[in-house]
Design a binder for this molecule. Structure first.
Ligand code: SF4
Length: 349
């Protein structure tokens, strides 16, 4: 038997034992755990982890898909920049997310000068030919250092970078969702460190991305819930350190300021985003006149917002698998590899 298989069996045995001991007045208490990160959702669905857990453990998916949480208005703003002839660059998945009328991919076909990139090196290459290129900086603390590096190299950035801890704090205090604990993202935590969650009084386990590491996180969370400990434990010590990556943190402090940010589904969350510190490199300031004319988006019937909060699953959206498919996505959650609707579509649940 492989070491990982042994570890999986041990964790499942222990999870079952602890779950049977967590009771409320009605008997076995239903314990709701949210995996914040779309990378975790992908592994959980791929390996059928939900079906392996005791019946009183409920896993729900959260807002940790970088493409999904970027607001439609910000996508419309980038499309408008492309429309006005400003060269723009961003990561692949973002190109396919529908804006109010069409996607950045469609904007590329219509207006040109919309570039798909996989690295900062490619952006710096593009800047030689297009000195006014704007990089659409999306994602969490994991991708923000790349945008910071571009800012250091005088590339203008339209930042919609988000911070994970403020979102966890809001979700933890949401009385309607009632989350007992969070499986916190391993990648983000390599940057911010375990310490970054210390002010959030809710059980959390920072977890890695293999099935055994996710189960390790769930086991740790159940121990915390059983013992009523509102703390964050690092269940991914192979990659995550107490202090995180201090070099990346310094780079972020030098190039960004913390600001309120507009999250798809969660609305504007205080101090949950990163804005470009230097106005001369902040695309929102440089092109303020153009961007001020972009209207507020209309509603589409897409229920990504509720999916990102964990209040419904993809199957509860009337458009799922009907008018919304990976080939013809209506919302962001059907586009990204880490989007809950695309994951459910891929693994048949
Ligand atoms: S199935 Fe499509 S329309 Fe429905 S919530 Fe998911 S992405 Fe939005």
């Amino acid at each position: 038997m492989l070491e990982s298989e042994k570890e999986i069996k041990q964790h499942l045995k222990e999870i079952k034992r602890i779950a049977s001991k967590i009771k409320d007045k009605q008997g076995d208490k239903t314990i709701t755990l949210m995996e914040i990160c779309g990378g975790h959702t992908n592994v959980i669905m791929k390996y059928g982890i939900r079906d392996l857990l005791p019946r009183n453990i409920r896993l729900i998916s959260g807002p940790g898909c970088p493409v999904c949480v970027s607001s439609q208005k910000d996508i419309d703003c980038m499309i408008e920049l492309a429309h006005q002839g400003v060269p723009v660059a961003t990561y692949g998945d973002m190109l396919r997310v529908p804006g109010s009328k069409y996607s950045l991919d469609d904007a590329r076909a219509k207006y040109g000068k919309v570039f798909e990139v996989y690295s900062t090196t490619e952006v710096l290459e593009l800047k030689k030919k297009h000195p006014d290129i704007v990089f659409f900086g999306i994602g969490f603390e994991t991708t923000a250092p790349m945008s910071a590096f571009l800012l250091k190299n005088k590339v203008a950035v339209y930042s919609v970078h988000k911070l994970v801890p403020p979102a966890v704090e809001i979700l933890a205090s949401d009385k309607d969702i009632k989350i007992d604990g969070f499986i916190s993202p391993g990648h983000v935590s390599t940057i911010i460190g375990r310490k970054a969650y210390d002010n959030i009084r809710v059980p959390q386990a920072v977890s890695g991305f293999t099935p055994e590491r996710i189960l390790r996180g769930i086991r740790v969370l159940l121990e915390l819930i059983r013992d009523k400990k509102m703390i964050t434990v690092n269940a991914y010590p192979e990659a995550v350190k107490e202090e995180g990556n201090v070099v990346a943190q310094k780079l972020l402090q030098e190039t960004f300021i913390i600001t309120d940010s507009d999250w798809r589904g969660l609305g504007t969350l205080p101090k949950s985003g990163l804005e470009v510190r230097d106005d001369s490199l902040n695309a929102k300031k440089i092109y303020a006149k153009i961007l001020s004319k972009v209207p507020e988006p209309k509603k589409t019937g897409c229920r990504c917002g509720e999916i990102l909060k964990g209040t419904i699953g993809p199957q509860e959206c009337p458009l799922y698998r009907k008018s919304c498919t990976p080939e013809n996505p209506v919302g962001a959650c059907m586009v990204s590899e880490e989007g809950s609707c695309a994951i459910a579509y891929r693994y048949g649940k």
